[in-house]
Ligand binder design. Structure first.
Ligand SMILES: [Zn+2]
Length: 135
């Protein structure tokens, strides 16, 4: 193999790097059924990753799933009804799209702040302010 072939091979084996180089990974929901309730085991871990308060996230998931939910003494979310991991992950993804990812630059370096009486998503990366939907 000559040098150019080696180089080609090395390039081909380099894993694809996403365009902005900052993939934002939310932990997959670890859910299990318990009677007619779905227990979201790693809810707190997810909140830490999202850097958001549990009320807002829980309220959004409840609305998205069309059910009621609460937080138990161990910090797990308990969703009324049986939901598969995929369904909960979809709800979480919608949350991230609206409340975590900057609508201008797509980075997750954002905070939810009050600006002139309105709740907005403020991006620390590019400074953009984006409206957030009412839950
Ligand atoms: Zn931004």
């Amino acid at each position: 193999m000559n040098y150019e072939e080696q180089l080609d091979r090395a390039m081909a084996e380099t894993p694809d790097i996403s365009e902005d180089g900052s993939r934002f990974e939310v932990p997959d929901p670890d859910v299990r059924p318990e009677g007619n309730v779905t227990v979201y085991e790693n809810f707190q871990e997810t909140l830490d990753r999202l850097d958001r308060d549990e009320e807002g996230v829980l309220k959004f998931i409840q609305t998205d799933l069309g059910t009621s939910a609460n937080i138990d003494e161990k910090g797990r979310a308990r969703l009324t009804g049986n939901f598969r991991e995929r369904r909960v992950a979809d709800a979480l993804e919608s949350y991230v799209d609206s409340f975590v990812r900057c609508q201008e630059c797509d980075l997750p370096d954002t905070r939810i702040v009050e600006e002139q009486g309105t709740t907005v998503l403020k991006c620390d990366a590019c400074g953009a302010l984006s409206p957030v939907p009412d839950i």
